[in-house]
Design a protein around this ligand. Structure first.
Ligand code: R5P
Length: 289
């Protein structure tokens, strides 16, 4: 794979903003896949340019579900014609169901990995929930971190301490804290159900500080809201929520009202996408060339 005239970035409808930024950084052409929905709800997909013999980087977040189907169709549109096909999945949905927690369950992240690698030569994801999911790929697959992007934004905002809302996110808080050269800490959380979490009280030295809570995903907002309440009670001056993948399902923004600011990257693009992971994706593509 070479960056230059023979490389093209093709985007699905879920990743247009990120892909535009990526193509600008790499100084290559961007092609936006055509997507239509038939009367019966079936998708129609077309790549409106001849890409025979090109090194193609196909970018598509696979959330919500129809975007996953769109990716399959885009991969089919490009099959057998490109010199190489690198599939970038900025938000790898289903990553949280990466094992069988209860008998009879699907290992969803394995099921998705096995299918998205059909008609691809390599895969790049951003902040999968757990690296374990990467073992489900048989192709070369790399997960890059969105934490440097969050650190860039939070550093510019003068954040003085980083907190992870649960133990899983502690390694992410460490990356952000170390890059910003500020202290980091973590809470322990228990999930009761999809909508309810309980965060263990832990006294942190946050009085008078501007604190950011960082995580991979905000879905219902319950995890973040629970951490914010504790930090407010302990006297934090300002509390910012920062995540890579901002899903913000129904009611999430209301649940996050205790935060002074809520930001995410452009892996799932929306009004809170204040920073791009395109520089990190571009760096990874350069490494591969
Ligand atoms: C789970 O451990 C993840 O890292 C997130 O903390 C979680 O998915 C966030 O979900 P919610 O916003 O619904 O609490």
């Amino acid at each position: 794979m070479r960056i230059g005239g023979s490389m093209k970035v093709v985007t699905g409808s879920a990743s247009v903003h990120l892909s535009r930024r990526l193509a600008e950084i790499l100084r290559v052409d961007l092609i936006v896949g055509e997507v239509r929905t038939f009367a019966d709800g079936e998708l129609y997909v077309r790549v409106p340019e001849q890409l025979d013999g090109k090194d193609v980087v196909l970018v598509q977040t696979i959330y919500p579900n129809d975007k996953l189907l769109e990716l399959f169709l885009l991969q089919d549109a490009l099959r057998d014609i490109t010199a190489s096909l690198t599939v970038v999945i900025p938000y790898f949905a289903y990553g949280r169901q990466d094992k069988r927690f209860k008998e009879g369950e699907a290992v969803s992240s394995r099921a998705v990995a096995e299918r998205v690698e059909i008609n691809a030569h390599r895969i790049i994801t951003v902040d999968v929930h757990d690296k374990r999911a990467m073992e489900y790929f048989s192709l070369p697959a790399v997960d890059i971190s969105g934490m440097p992007a969050l650190a860039r934004y939070l550093g510019d905002r003068g954040v003085e301490m980083i907190v992870a809302p649960d133990e899983n996110a502690a390694r992410r808080a460490r990356i952000v804290g170390d890059l910003m050269k500020v202290p980091w800490e973590y809470f322990k959380k228990e999930r009761i159900d999809s909508w309810t979490v309980e965060t263990e009280e832990k006294t942190l030295e946050v009085r008078g500080l501007k604190v950011a809570v960082v995580d991979d995903v905000i879905s219902t907002g319950g995890t973040m809201a629970s951490a914010a309440r504790i930090l407010r009670d302990q006297g934090a001056k300002e509390v910012v929520a920062g995540c890579v993948h901002g899903l913000f399902v129904k009611g999430a923004k209301d649940r996050l009202r205790d935060f002074d600011e809520v930001i995410c990257t452009d892996t799932v693009y929306g009004t809170n996408s204040k920073v791009s992971v395109a520089p990190e994706v571009a760096d990874e593509l350069r490494r591969l060339t």
